[in-house]
Design a protein around this ligand. Structure first.
Ligand SMILES: C[S@@+](CC[C@H](N)C(=O)[O-])C[C@H]1O[C@@H](n2cnc3c(N)ncnc32)[C@H](O)[C@@H]1O
Length: 568
């Protein structure tokens, strides 16, 4: 007898799953961050090939015989190395003690297409059990995956699919290889985090194909595979080291910005040749050997590329230059500067729920900046650097019927300037703390828009200027707890008439914790500002408490969203 009752049920479940699976449903469960259109884009390039599960027969040969006798078309066994090695490292059992075979069961799906169930069979050693391996694997189904075959592959399609699955779908690269026998490149992906299915209660298991994804690509795609394997960094110790040393990356980026390295290097497309390292070091007044080591590191993280004996900047690297359109230099100096220092108090913030910034610097960050003009200016410039990329806001906002837009805490006026330039009939009111207001006045004046703008100083927790048709709150609410947010929103509502419009720019957390920039910034808000990022539903609740309806949410660059509200 090859199969126990659990294995038999698992195989039956897998066959039923693969007979009925549709690619949209599979992606919905597995790559939960993908939008409907993105799922359709993946489906346009891929078809379901097989579902895989791990079973634990007493004998692989007996299992095959039993499956054949029940009328199934079965091929194999072949030895499995990838699954054997993963189990070995997950359970700390020497690979030589794990005898894992691959067996294929051919099935015809409901739509007449041929598919397979791939069984990884870990044979139980005679007279012995496998410790807790079988029980845990039955529950967590870590080795269960669904394979998608990429039709008509090329490097561009593969890059696009990987980008969608990782950057939008929330999957992480999880190894891969070139299968010589099948002349096929395979890329594995995994949904991060604990089992999401009912398995987390220890009773029933993760649904089939809800954990891992395999992209099968006919042919040898060496570049795509190499990029995927670098992303995967499959060994947990290496991954952890990379995480632990993330602070070094922050400082390398900041050093390149601070020292002006990025200002002197040509971009990848520039005709001029880069200066030698020696010449560059002379111009920057830095140590040549140390500079070459910094540049080598910057190349390893994708900010520079080698060019002869020197380096050029990649497109990303050029964003660190002073004066570059969309320059992020000021952000690099902030994140590697005061915010970097206060991140050292993250454990304190988690212990107490209070911001680390005040623990390190003695006061909250707005008060700290207010007394330090150079730092305050750098902060405003860093805010403006990302606000520059919110260019779609004026178009999405639809200012047609509006006369006056009030930018509540509009920083140095970058976004309000964009709105006024976009809608020449519009007047603006820039409301800010007094020390920020002067820089906003300078910027709006430089843009030739000062005759259409009033500058008002004040505290939005007390009141905001009345009589606007549209109130803009860009990255304000995430700085504050819920109660303060409702106060600020009520102050906006008080100045508006019924039907007045509210525009909120924020990063939205997904309801299920899917990785995103909002998750990262939420920690930044906790530690450095004392605020938090929120889900769309949480913002809807805050708006409702202040008398607004949320009409629409539109995506913006940098993982942000525009929430459009209306006063009841
Ligand atoms: C995160 S920045 C956002 C700036 C700008 N809206 C943007 O998106 O680039 C927050 C702003 O809130 C302003 N601010 C903080 N406390 C304030 C208060 N009590 N009243 C008015 N403005 C305040 C700060 O000066 C700062 O410019």
């Amino acid at each position: 007898m090859g199969l126990g009752a659990t294995d038999r049920a698992l195989i039956e479940e897998s066959i039923e799953f693969i007979e009925n699976a549709d690619i949209d449903g599979v992606l919905k469960g597995l790559a939960q961050g993908l939008s409907k259109q993105q799922r359709a884009a993946v489906a346009a390039h891929c078809a379901i090939a097989h579902a895989a599960v791990l079973v634990f027969p007493r004998s692989v040969d007996a299992m095959i015989a039993e499956l054949r006798s029940s009328g199934l078309s079965v091929a194999g066994p072949l030895p499995s190395i990838v699954v054997r090695d993963r189990l070995s490292s997950r359970y700390g059992v020497p690979a030589g003690q794990l005898n894992v075979a691959i067996v294929h069961v051919h099935v015809t799906a409901n739509d007449g297409v041929s598919r397979m169930v791939e069984l990884f069979a870990l044979q139980k050693p005679t007279g012995k059990e496998l410790g807790g391996i079988a029980a845990r694997e039955y529950r967590e189904r870590n080795e269960s995956h669904i394979a998608l075959e990429v039709g008509a592959p090329d490097d561009v399609a593969i890059k696009g699919l990987r980008g969608l699955l990782v950057e939008h779908g929330g999957l992480v690269a999880d190894g891969g290889g070139y299968n010589k026998a099948e002349e096929c490149t395979v890329l594995y992906f995994r949904r991060p985090g604990p089992s999401s299915g009912p398995g987390s209660n220890g009773q029933s298991a993760e649904p089939i194909g809800n954990r891992r994804l395999e992209l099968r690509i006919r042919g040898h795609y060496a570049t795509a595979l190499a990029e995927h394997l670098v992303d995967a960094r499959t060994d947990p110790a290496t991954r952890l080291l990379t995480l632990m040393t993330g602070a070094w990356t922050t400082q390398a980026v900041t050093a390149a910005a601070e020292l002006g390295v990025a200002d002197l290097l040509p971009g990848a497309e520039d005709e001029r040749a880069p200066d030698s390292i020696g010449l560059l070091a002379g111009r920057l007044e830095v140590d040549p050997d140390a500079l070459s080591r910094l540049l080598r590191y910057l190349a390893s993280v994708g900010l520079a590329v080698r060019s002869g004996e020197s380096y050029r900047l990649t497109e990303m690297g050029t964003l660190l230059r002073r004066g570059e359109r969309h320059s992020m230099r000021a952000l690099a100096l902030m994140y590697g500067g005061v915010f970097y220092e206060s991140f050292g108090a993250l454990a304190h913030a988690v212990r107490t729920g209070r911001e680390g910034f005040a623990e390190i610097f003695g006061v909250g960050h707005f008060d700290y900046f207010a007394g330090r003009p150079a730092l305050a200016e750098l902060f405003d410039s860093s805010m403006a650097a990302s606000a520059q990329m919110f260019e779609p806001v004026p178009g999405l906002a639809d200012f047609d019927g509006a006369r006056v837009v009030v930018d509540v805490a509009g920083g140095n006026g970058e976004l309000l300037g964009q709105a006024l330039a976009h809608a020449p009939h519009l007047r603006g009111v820039l409301f800010e703390q007094a020390h920020v207001l002067e820089r906003a006045r300078e910027r709006i004046t430089r843009a030739g828009l000062a005759d259409r703008c009033d500058f008002v100083s004040g505290d939005f927790t007390r009141s905001v200027p009345a009589s606007g048709d549209v109130y803009l709150l860009s990255r304000i609410l995430h700085d504050w707890g819920d109660q303060k947010c409702v106060e600020i929103l009520r102050n906006c509502a008080a100045g508006m008439s019924e039907g007045g419009r509210l525009l909120v720019v924020e990063r939205l957390l997904s309801a299920d914790g899917t990785p995103s920039l909002a998750v990262t910034w939420d920690l930044h808000m906790l530690c450095n500002v004392g605020g938090r990022e929120r889900t769309a539903a949480e913002y809807e609740g805050l708006l409702a408490a202040a008398g607004f309806d949320l009409d629409e949410v539109c995506p913006l660059p940098l993982g942000a969203s525009l929430l459009k509200g209306r006063r009841r």
